[in-house]
Design a protein around this ligand. Sequence first.
Ligand SMILES: Cc1ncc(COP(=O)(O)O)c(C=O)c1O
Length: 382
Amino acid sequence: MATFAFDTVIDRLGTGSSKWSRHPSDVLPMWVADMDFAAPPAVVAALQDRLAHQVLGYAVAQDGLRETIVAAMAQRYGWTIAPEDLVFLPGVEPGFNMALRAQLQPGDGVTVQTPMYRPILSAPGHWGLVRHDVPLVPGERRHGLDVDALSAALDRSKAFLFCHPHNPTGRTFDRADLEAIAEACLVRDVAIISDEIHCDLLFDGRRHVPLASLSPEVARRTITLMAASKTYNIAGLKTAFAIIPDPDLRARFAACRLGMVDSVNALGLVATQAAFRDCEPWRQALLAYLGANRDHLMRELARRFPTIRCIAPEATFLAWLDCAALGLPDPQAFFLEKGRVGFSAGHEFGTPYGQHVRLNFGCPRALLDEGLDRMERALAGR
Ligand SMILES: Cc1ncc(COP(=O)(O)O)c(C=O)c1O
């Protein structure tokens, strides 16, 4: 396997990184979902080539980029899409907001699975929609999917806003899960919005199955949202895409740009193409590194903090830590103040989750160990 410098610690202070700007400089940030790795060399080279041209006017996705993504969908997931199914966006977050706006009326219900990435939790409220939460149920080794509870929420909903793989738990959904979910949506004529931004970060040889790839019937009612941003660590380039095979739905979705959702970033398009076309060895090496970080984290949690509960994530570089047994009023605030390590606060992912923190392990191993040391020191000093 090709080797890349994932162990190298890169100083990001003073670079305008949102991750490294939120807290004072003595805090180790382990919150927002970007990784502390350099972008793949092939992405950086493509950007340098593009910059050498020196003209940076408005940009539009070229056929080559569309074909690259079509080929990637076929190769990675056996999913056949057409180049015109793609709608380019400045982010997945505007995408799921546009998708709600395009299909629902104020007062309509939307089902989400909790805990949930905050912008998904808040999206229904932006459009006067009523959110129905269905908790994932923590089990011994996995979070359980309660299809009966999901169905009951879908009875009152016009859309299912899905996060697949799931942020913050890192839970993946296999074909059987997806068939049950799709069936529950189909029989109730519920629209599906599937945020699959973490789809290329599955561990242990798992293969992502796009929900819309199950059947043409499911594809017709599904808006899938993806991006190269998480996998290749280029989130700051603000480029994503929707895949919408149904032409009418695609037109309604596109109409929801409404003068607010802008066109795409010229450099983001270049980076996205290079990422999908040229960076498979980098992605495989990244997965090996992240998988090893995940395993190391699970071992160290068990050894140093045996009362913290964490179900090993099956995807993503995020770990969802249940700190209830530590008996802290607010674990995120405690680790920030006493340990100088900045996690995402559990309550951001839903009100019942105030005793959780989300830890980002998409970083060199040395930083992960530093974060664990800081947690340990904070708890020792209580
Ligand atoms: C599930 C999920 N969706 C969307 C986003 C944000 O995507 P974008 O920056 O493309 O809006 C994130 C970022 O953390 C995410 O985890």
